[in-house]
Ligand binder design. Sequence first.
Ligand code: DGY
Length: 326
Amino acid sequence: MGERKILVTRAWPKAAEERLVSEGLGTVTLRHPDTALSREEWMAAAESYDAILPTVSDRIPPEFYVAAKGKVRVMANYGVGFNHIDIGAARENGIAVTNTPDVLTDCTADLAMGLLLAAARRIGEGERETRAGGWEGWRPTHMIGKKVSGATLGIVGFGRIGQAMARRAHGGFGMRVVFQDAWDVPAEIRAANGQAEQLGSIAEVAAEADFLSLHCPGGAETFKLINADVFDALKPGAILVNTARGDVVDEDALFAALASGKLAAAGLDVYMGEPALDARFLGLENIVLAPHLGSATEATRAAMGHRAIDNLKAFLAGETPGDLVT
Ligand code: DGY
């Protein structure tokens, strides 16, 4: 048996790459220049690597898993979301999968709060007007937005990031927080996270919410969860924030709700076909569009790399990695 081969599918922060190489876990292939693996490269990787460290934007061909059986033993994902990995196929073909929770919770909630504020207070639109030289000066009716402080925030998905969002909204902005989640959240967790109130359904949350922020995982179970029915249930003039996954939102319904004014605005970090955008969004002023920046701070991106390495190391040492998904 030759030396173990490890592939990192996209370029990582330097410190994390250096650590991975210096750990001596095997021969490490780094992607410089940083390009996404093609289908052919994935299929070749299935036969060449013992461990792969993929990330959230990877498009893994469905045939990869069978081809990788008996060769690739672990996929230590760089990212908390793993809806780009076919977990069932990985399990069936003996490939362990890990992810990187916790380390990006605060930064993602910070960005969600930023998008909420930007959408509510029309910051993107105002910046465009100012840059274009179109600002005619202060006046009482200029670019009126929606008040955030004291409003009601609805949260879909009360995991780590949903809870962090609730703390920011309640503690920082005095917002009332209501949420929906499938698990029955204990009173002490609700109290510690924005005095949040759990409601029975997304429709009930929507009916109460001035702002709706999404923090559920992506994948088949949440595909187009936020659809025309949810937009109908929202209060007129509500605002949607999505830092979860693009496929959670029915983008046709979102466009219709924004164009009709049913939704006052949206702040999005993720998209159904990202990085491709629904071209109709570009023509709307009442939408703030960020390029999947939730975890994009130096400290967090390095921490994600270290967490993936910790998981890989544990797996290769025959231990159960801390963040084993399957
Ligand atoms: C994740 O980790 O799932 C985010 O979408 C990117 O950091």
